[in-house]
Design a protein around this ligand. Structure first.
Ligand code: WTA
Length: 614
């Protein structure tokens, strides 16, 4: 990070010392984690290790711990996954997941895919996506989840960098995969390519190009390198023992964004399950009779660490809602499944708040007993809103794609302050430090840093050890890129990013990726991208652009450029606002000075711009 923490050590203005008023005192709450301070004193990760079968057998595979061992226990017929979306309403027991992920493991093996190979997933939230990830893990291959909204450029970057040899996707999303640029990609497993399911995944246009065979079923001809998920699954054997691995073997690669360069692949190892398990138990407070709903998509880390590995190693029943956000359908999901534990994000709460109280009142939300949130700071208004409609205050969990697991949280049995991010998870150490790594006293702003060595920490950045090392620039610490301060009571308060990483709707977007997409538009010469405060999204993406000769600024051009980014990168990564400029502020080496763009946006003085071109 070139960004030095110039303000390091500066005193924090004032604390918002508002305590959450509880209906029941946290001390009376029967939480899995009974007493935070005591837990910190005698915590030992070795005791958590003993919860896993590999501890006795020496044979490691997360799918054994998350699925097979439950299928061999009283949980065999317990529902692991409830899935609902327009036109689909399904449930899968742990035994079902064992059989289906075994079948899918055999489908992959038949294609020659083996331990260590990377396999992309590009599917909507659906049972096939979960079965896909489990099947990939079962044979020791490494899933590389792609968010459903990714378009060609985003997919190319991630699939190319990971060297993925195969991908599971559907007919609609397949159109975005640039196969000619991905020589390593040999196989495509198409969900719904043949048979009755084809209907639900196709656009009208695509449907028009499909022939209806004698049987009356929709038939999409397969192309070279493609196999049909349904066909292969129907003939695959249900026997597929997990590939036995070591704790250091790959678990998953999640791509994420920094402030410079293309997205980077955080490689996680099998041992991460130890962290997923314990945080799911103590921070999410999951227990056997819970109906757990995590709203995150498995294209992002929250959807796998806490949508697959954490809850299922604990044997918990999970709900997955397909499709888009909608206040009524979200509340309905809680009511219908009697959801007890809900993990979501501040943007979602703000959207629910925007939909108004009337919608909320139509549904019975009384099944809920605990709520957690992640991804961006929880503003007091959103907290109060959720509390108003559910009677429960959302508990913050702070973590990152790279950390793999929650590290700073508000725990159910602990009093907390509105706006405080929380306290380090027992057995981990997070604090605030200056540029040299000296810990700062309470009330002083600095880098949020973590002592390396927690179980779920990424192993490396895929194919880029140098980038990985950048996280350890401050000796002895993992540098998060966030700024924060601590208070006298040991609470950590998140303050913002030190770098230019954008958080929009809880999703992380790298300005470089957006800038690169923008300059591919024929009218755009240069682009600089920043995140600006937004009441609903947390941050909104704003682009400053200069135009090539022969092009003139217009509202139409703005719309066209935004649409271009949506179609090439992803809808959530497209700017919401564009400003035309004659010139952008740059350093002598040609780097765009985003801090000047931020000042422009706020109408603030631009400070020292002496390094600019002229
Ligand atoms: C931000 C998501 C405030 C933070 C799991 C971090 C948060 C980045 C919180 C990681 C929180 C995450 N309060 N900010 N409770 N949780 N963040 O990789 O800036 O998508 O560095 O991981 O999100 O984002 P990522």
């Amino acid at each position: 990070m070139s960004e030095k923490f110039v303000d390091s050590g500066s005193t924090v203005p004032t604390f918002i010392e508002e305590k959450v008023e509880w209906e029941r005192k946290p001390a009376d709450i029967d939480a899995n984690l009974k007493n935070y301070d005591e837990a910190c004193q005698d915590f030992d990760w070795k005791e958590v290790e003993a919860r896993f079968d590999w501890h006795k057998t020496g044979r490691v595979n997360v799918v054994h711990e998350a699925v097979d061992r439950h299928a061999a226990s009283w949980r065999k017929n317990k529902v692991a996954l409830y899935y609902t979306d327009e036109g689909r309403d399904e449930k899968y027991t742990f035994q079902d997941l064992k059989l289906l992920s075994s079948k899918f493991g055999n489908v992959l093996k038949k294609l020659g895919i083996k331990k260590g190979d990377r396999v992309g997933t590009l599917l909507p939230r659906s049972p096939e996506l979960y079965i896909g990830v489990l099947g990939i893990n079962r044979i020791g291959a490494i899933p590389v989840p792609l968010f459903e909204a990714f378009m060609e450029q985003a997919i190319e970057d991630r699939m190319e960098n990971s060297g993925a040899v195969a991908i599971i996707t559907n007919q609609r999303l397949k159109q975005r995969i640039p196969y000619d640029k991905l020589p390593a990609m040999k196989h495509t497993i198409l969900v719904g390519a043949k048979g009755e399911m084809a209907e639900s995944v196709l656009s009208e246009e695509e449907e028009a190009s499909i022939s209806v065979g004698d049987s009356g079923a929709l038939y999409v001809p397969l192309e070279k390198g493609e196999v049909s998920y349904e066909e292969e699954m129907s003939s695959a054997s249900e026997d597929c023992d997990p590939e036995w691995l070591t704790l250091d073997d790959g678990l998953i690669i999640h791509y994420t964004s920094g402030s410079t360069g293309r997205s980077k692949g955080a490689l996680h190892r099998q041992y991460a399950m130890v962290g997923h398990y314990q945080t799911s138990k103590w921070a999410l407070d999951l227990r056997d009779d819970d109906i757990y709903w995590n709203t995150a998509d498995p294209g992002w880390v929250t959807g796998t660490s806490y949508g697959i590995y954490g809850p299922w190693t604990l044997g918990i029943s999970s709900v997955v809602l397909g499709g888009k956000f909608g206040a009524a359908r979200w509340y309905k999901t809680i009511e219908k499944y009697k959801v007890t534990m809900w993990y979501s994000a501040p943007t979602a709460y703000r959207l629910l708040m925007g939909a108004g109280e009337k919608v909320a009142q139509r549904y019975n939300l009384s099944s809920l007993r605990h709520i957690c949130t992640v991804g961006e700071p929880l503003n007091p208004e959103a907290l109060r809103w959720v509390r108003k409609i559910t009677g429960l205050a959302p508990h913050e969990t702070w973590w990152m794609t790279e950390t793999g697991m929650q590290l700073i949280c508000n725990y159910r049995s602990m009093d907390f302050k509105v706006g405080a991010t929380g306290k380090p998870f027992p057995g981990t150490y997070a604090t605030v430090a200056d540029d040299e790594g000296n810990e700062l006293p309470a009330g002083q702003m600095g880098h949020l840093v973590v002592k390396p060595g927690w179980p779920s920490m990424m192993q490396t950045i895929w194919g880029n050890e140098e980038k990985f090392q950048e996280y350890f620039k401050i000796k002895g610490w993992y540098l998060t890129g966030d700024s924060a301060y601590k208070d006298e009571d040991g609470f950590i308060w998140y303050a913002g990013r030190v770098d230019d990483v954008i958080k929009t709707c809880g999703e992380r977007v790298g300005p470089f990726e957006v800038e690169s997409a923008l300059v591919q538009h024929p009218a755009v010469a240069e682009a600089g991208v920043i995140g600006k405060p937004d009441p609903v999204r947390g941050q909104a993406i704003k682009a400053f652009i200069t135009l090539r000769e022969g092009h003139t600024p217009s509202d139409e051009l703005k719309r066209e450029v935004i649409q271009f980014v949506k179609e090439n990168l992803a809808t959530h990564a497209a700017p919401r606002e564009i400003d035309f400029r004659d010139k952008l502020p740059k350093t002598r080496s040609g780097k765009i000075m985003r801090r000047v763009l931020k000042a422009w946006d706020l109408g603030q003085p631009t400070g020292d711009i002496s390094t600019m071109d002229d």
